[in-house]
Design a protein around this ligand. Sequence first.
Ligand code: ATP
Length: 132
Amino acid sequence: MAEKLFLEVVTPQKLVVSEEVEIVVAPGSEGEFGALKGHTTFLTSLKIGTLRYKDAKGKERYLFINGGFAEVLPDKVTILAESAERRRDIDVERAKRAKERAEKRLAEKSADMDLARAEVALKRAVHRLKIK
Ligand code: ATP
């Protein structure tokens, strides 16, 4: 059996995950990375994407991560995310509405539209839907 490490995923609103896991794979801003027990210590920023891990029973779990930071220690991974949801907590209708809103804004191209903001909102919605 694989040795376990502890995973904590925290947002400003709540503690999303706090459990022992076998492996964590996270969307680092320099590329996806995996961490097992005993990994060298490092710190990285995260981009919008999917965090997956194998829980203590060996079951694959998926989470939406809205960017943030990861601290990897030999026996613990801490993720500080701007927002994060477990797959089962993603509201598909809400994500679809957010996607439509962002697409509409991008299509309208009005002078006062914040392009970067609309693009990031679209990215969040697309990733949430991809995980579901
Ligand atoms: P929206 O425009 O629908 O608010 P958003 O991408 O702007 O979406 P965030 O700023 O990422 O939302 O998150 C705000 C809060 O709402 C967080 O607590 C986040 O977990 C939650 N949230 C956002 N979208 C969803 C969703 N589709 N399902 C579940 N929770 C969501």
